[in-house]
Write a protein that binds this ligand. Structure first.
Ligand code: MEV
Length: 320
């Protein structure tokens, strides 16, 4: 029987990179999804031996080439975890959906969650959502090295959530976050694809070189997180925006921003955005811009697009 399942895209509002070290973060799934379909096949030597992969996902230019190594590792880890022997049961996996793959949108986790669900259905493993999330996490290790688990959690469950990685192992602390009004957002793309694993490793190496700098930055981030969370709960979007800007300042300090991100942030703020920051891995990928109303959303989208960056209007915090 053909299995067909989905994984949500996501954005991180607060805490990318800090979340890897056990600090709390806030993320939201978006309604764009990746869909995976699993079937048996006779073709045994395609993407990796025993796996025929048809990848119909829309992607920014260069994404699939840059991410090929990550994807191979992700598939391999998930098959091992689920004890699937591709020599005995060669598989065809077809990926599709309306999530445009780019760094920062949780595309690798949307892939691993959707594939975990599709494999579960195809082999009738009977896994529940928590177990699907574990399989997806296993696959994410191929993409992020030592992932926090925030991306696969968003991709598997959907919704807006606070997330704290349990540094001792599972379970992580996950709480659904309900907000008063959906947040109006412009998502702008630098067009640059990054390997999460590399950027996470660079931050780790820098922290080892200069631990004192990171102690201070982590303390400041905790304050930013608390004020951002309080503001979200109260529906005080001006304060949410200010906290996002402070978060972006800390991301600059750990060297995960870049010129293109900074350019988009400046354009967004000049055109009325309340806050703007990179979301996800950084050094490229996406910038999330919080706007107060539809008029500003339109204005920011237009200004960012005129500067040559792709921009999309969306809302966060709706139950997806
Ligand atoms: C990537 O979307 C988010 C990072 O914090 C990595 C992770 O949490 O595993 C950079």
């Amino acid at each position: 029987m053909a299995g067909k399942r989905i994984g949500y895209g996501k954005v991180i509002l607060f805490g990318e990179h800090f979340v890897v070290y056990g600090l709390p973060a806030i993320a939201s799934a978006i309604s764009n999804i990746t869909v995976a379909e699993v079937e048996e096949t006779q073709i045994t030597d395609e993407f990796i031996p025993g796996l025929e992969l048809i990848d119909n996902r829309p992607c920014v230019e260069g994404y699939k080439i840059k991410k090929r190594g990550e994807m191979e590792r992700s598939f391999d880890l998930m098959f091992k975890f689920l004890k699937i022997d591709l020599q005995k049961t060669p598989l065809k996996i077809t990926l599709s959906g309306n999530l445009k793959c780019a760094s920062g949108i949780g595309a690798s986790a949307a892939l691993t969650s959707s594939v975990a669900r599709a494999l579960n259905e195809h082999f009738s493993f009977g896994l529940n959502d928590d177990q699907i999330n574990e399989v997806s996490y296993e696959g994410e290790k191929g993409a992020a090295g030592t992932p926090s688990g925030i991306d696969n959690t968003c991709s598997t469950y959907g919704g807006m959530l606070t997330f704290t990685k349990n540094l001792e192992g599972f379970p992580n602390k996950i709480d659904l976050l309900e907000i008063k009004e959906p947040l109006k957002i412009v998502l702008a793309s630098t067009g640059i694809t990054q390997e999460t694993k590399e950027v996470v490793a660079d931050v780790k190496a820098e922290r080892e070189k200069d631990p004192d700098k990171y102690v201070e930055i982590f303390e400041e981030y905790k304050r930013v997180y608390i004020s951002g969370l309080e503001a979200l709960k109260k529906g005080d979007i001006n304060k949410v925006g200010k906290s996002m800007n402070k978060n972006q300042e800390l991301l600059r300090q750990i060297n995960v921003s870049c010129d293109e991100i900074e350019k988009i942030v400046s354009i967004a703020l000049e055109n009325g955005a309340l806050g703007a920051k990179l979301t996800g891995t950084g050094r490229g990928g996406l910038v999330i811009c919080l706007v107060p109303d539809e008029t500003t959303q339109e204005k920011v989208t237009k200004a960012v697009s005129e500067a040559g960056f792709e921009a999309t209007k969306t809302e966060l915090g709706k139950v997806v």
